[in-house]
Design a binder for this molecule. Structure first.
Ligand code: BGC
Length: 688
């Protein structure tokens, strides 16, 4: 691939030559964005119907004299944020995580790369791989799930796809950015093993996959802003991981001090010049920042630009924007990620020959594709759940009701053959949040971390409890960016589907699953507990937060708490049988294989998962962790052999005594199966 690290390093000499020809002022000019918040607001106010945040790519640096183009930043991750009603809106990464399909993720990345090039952009800011410590994190939808290994796999796939189109992929937010309301002020603490094994490992994976850029986060780590953090940026990222690309700050408030940021390893202040520019020039002149630091930033920026610009062979092609091919990827993704959680009496799939279907809940009409923060993509259209249902089942009489009047809803439910509740969240409930006082006048988005609980709104719970039992064919469809509690009301409906925010084609994919045109195959990228209190607790409005080593499924399993639904769980309209598991080590890889058979009546896809366990460890380690997955599609009666491989080094832990990842030489348990629950896995052992 053209934009790999090795390819880029080939531009070092040329970049050095250019850098040595630049004045100090020019080198410093490369190190900041050139937009201004005031200009930006004015520009949007001139034409608020069409123009919006990141309507055009945001520039940074660029020096005409030496033919160096600017960085041109386009945000994501559910597509490309630029333009009005122009770009493909994919499902949010949480749904894409549930598809466990890294090949598809790479294709989505490639499509995003092409759409960015259509705007003349060269930098994608939408590889978000933060790990939610608690599912209430408002921006959870922008990431792939709760599991570090899985985040690394999916994030790397997106990086590869984007960079295949010669667009620089920026991985964010480095690091520990999984609280929204306090993101500008919270200082995160954790121990070294938690830092390396749980919160940084997936960033390292994406760097190894070739990511050429990293965005530092707003929050602090151990008292230091991540945008100034010598330890995170210089020591870990650039020195230990040998990162060749550049770091940029999160926008407007990610740099707080000129000298600290420059010495701490920050390369670009985005998106306008506040602490760099003249202030940085003065700091160099005063001897507070060395010129070598500036040269290092300039080299990283110039080398990356040369490598990516040089690779861009094709002309800008705007016909790729929301083109058929990209929209069909958005549909494929939604079909593959939507997750069936419960299906009593096999109420699903619904029969298209039924007479009357009642659809309840205002979200059925909603075209919500996720939050209204920096990731807000504007596609040419969005198919709502109700539109999708009407498209897919045109013969069925579809009755829609908001559900605000419970008695009316009950009456309608009695008269219908089945009832679908569409419930959950929208951009008011969760998402990126910028409060006005913190944002110095910028009126930001709604959202923030979830407010009261991880469950549905009380009126939705009341509606389900009152109306669900009236009709024995009742289905709840959940919309939201992360885990939604179901314990309280799950027995009042027959079936439950997690639809996440399924993108511009989401309503269609959902309807196809409801009516069985598509067999669901998504798997939960998070655990669903019986009680919220079984998850790590977070104070959303705080200046300090400690992250324990355990969260999500590893926490429940370690504490012997049975989850309501395990990580990796998802149902199908067919059944699968797994047998003949074999575990071995070959060429420094753990290999788990098994035979898998479709034992049901319809074609289907299973996501086979491999976990590794550490029962014999001399130290405190998880019971087991995910270390591989593979999607396998089978016709009824068909059988296949599947092998999942993982490099042995991925079984290591961080040894705090010698500051290194280290393998334990012992017998490890290896599991292969269909979820993280032992009941769904076959176990064997391997010796390392
Ligand atoms: C967000 C980033 C985003 C940036 C630019 C910030 O507010 O935290 O995720 O990339 O804005 O849009």
């Amino acid at each position: 691939m053209k934009c790999t690290k090795n390819y880029r390093l080939g531009y070092t000499d040329k970049a050095k030559e250019i850098v040595s020809s630049l004045t100090l002022e020019e080198k410093i000019s490369l190190m900041s964005g050139t937009t201004s918040l005031e200009q930006e607001l004015k520009y949007i106010q001139e034409d608020p119907d069409n123009k919006h945040y990141n309507y055009i790519p945001y520039p940074a640096g660029g020096i005409k004299r030496v033919g160096l183009p600017p960085m041109l930043f386009c945000d994501g991750p559910r597509g490309v944020v630029c333009g009005a009603a122009k770009t493909t809106c994919f499902p949010v990464p949480m749904l894409r995580g549930a598809s466990f399909d890294n090949e598809l993720e790479e294709k989505i990345g490639h499509a995003i790369g092409k759409e960015i090039r259509a705007f003349g952009g060269n930098l994608f800011g939408g590889v978000c791989i933060n790990l939610p410590y608690n599912p209430g994190w408002g921006r959870s939808q922008e990431t792939y799930g709760e599991e570090s290994f899985h985040l690394g796999q999916m994030g790397s796939a997106l990086v590869r796809g984007v960079q295949k189109e010669d667009v620089i992929a920026c991985v964010k937010h480095y690091a520990f950015n999984q609280m929204e309301n306090s993101r500008f002020k919270v200082s995160v603490e954790c121990d070294k093993r938690t830092e390396r094994e749980v919160y940084l490992a997936h960033f390292k994976d994406c760097i190894e996959a070739g990511a050429a850029s990293v965005m530092s986060s707003y929050n602090l780590y151990k008292g230091t802003h991540c945008g100034h953090n010598d330890y995170l940026l210089n020591e870990v990222l650039k020195k230990e991981w040998d990162f060749d690309g550049f770091v940029m700050s999160d926008f407007y408030w990610g740099v707080k001090d000129t000298v600290e940021a420059a010495n701490g390893g920050q390369n670009i202040e985005m998106a306008h010049t506040l602490y760099f520019g003249d202030k940085l020039l003065q700091a160099v002149k005063n001897g507070l920042v060395s010129e070598e630091k500036i040269d290092d930033s300039a080299l990283r920026i110039v080398r990356t630009l040369l490598a990516f610009t040089n690779a861009q062979e094709k002309d800008v092609d705007t016909s790729v924007l929301a083109c058929k091919e990209h929209i069909s990827l958005a549909l494929e993704s939604a079909r593959k990620g939507i997750t069936l959680l419960q299906n009593q009496e096999q109420v699903l799939p619904l029969n298209k020959k039924m007479k009357k279907l009642l659809v309840l809940g205002s979200l059925a009409e909603s075209k919500s594709t996720g939050d209204h923060g920096s990731s807000w993509v504007r596609p040419p259209y969005v198919i709502s759940p109700i539109q999708g249902i009407k498209m897919v089942a045109p013969e069925v009489d579809i009755i829609y009701d908001s559900g605000d009047d419970t008695e009316r809803a009950k009456q309608l439910a009695k008269e219908a053959d089945a009832v679908v509740f569409v419930v959950g969240y929208d951009y008011n409930d969760e998402g990126e949040f910028v409060s006005e006082d913190e944002a110095e006048g910028y009126t930001g988005s709604m959202g923030g971390d979830r407010k009261f609980s991880l469950g549905l709104h009380q009126n939705e719970i009341d509606l389900i409890k009152a109306v669900g039992p009236v009709n024995s064919n009742s289905i709840a469809v959940l919309i939201g960016g992360n885990m939604i509690m179901i314990t309280e009301w799950k027995d009042y409906v027959s079936s439950i589907i997690m639809a996440y925010y399924p993108g511009m084609e989401g309503g269609k994919a959902l309807a196809e699953i409801l009516f069985g045109d598509v067999n669901p195959s998504g798997k939960l990228p998070f655990v669903i507990p019986y009680k919220e209190s079984e998850l790590p607790q977070v104070e959303w409005n705080t200046t300090s937060q400690y992250y324990d080593y355990y969260h999500g499924y590893t926490k429940l399993e370690k504490e012997g708490v049975k989850p309501l639904l395990p990580y990796g769980f998802g149902m199908s309209y067919t059944s699968f049988n797994i047998s003949e598991a074999v575990f071995k080590i070959e060429n420094n890889e753990v290999l788990a294989s098994c035979r898998i058979k479709n034992t049901g009546k319809v074609e289907g896809t299973e996501i086979v998962q491999m976990y590794v366990g550490f029962k014999n460890s001399a130290i405190d380690r998880p019971i087991k962790v995910l270390r591989g997955f593979s999607r396998v599609s089978l016709m009824p009666g068909e059988e296949k052999e599947v092998t999942i491989a993982c490099p042995v080094e991925k079984l290591s832990y961080f040894n705090e005594e010698n500051n290194q990842m280290e393998l334990e030489h012992m017998e490890h348990e290896v599991y292969i199966g269909t979820s993280s629950s032992n009941e769904d896995l076959i176990m064997g052992t391997i010796n390392i």
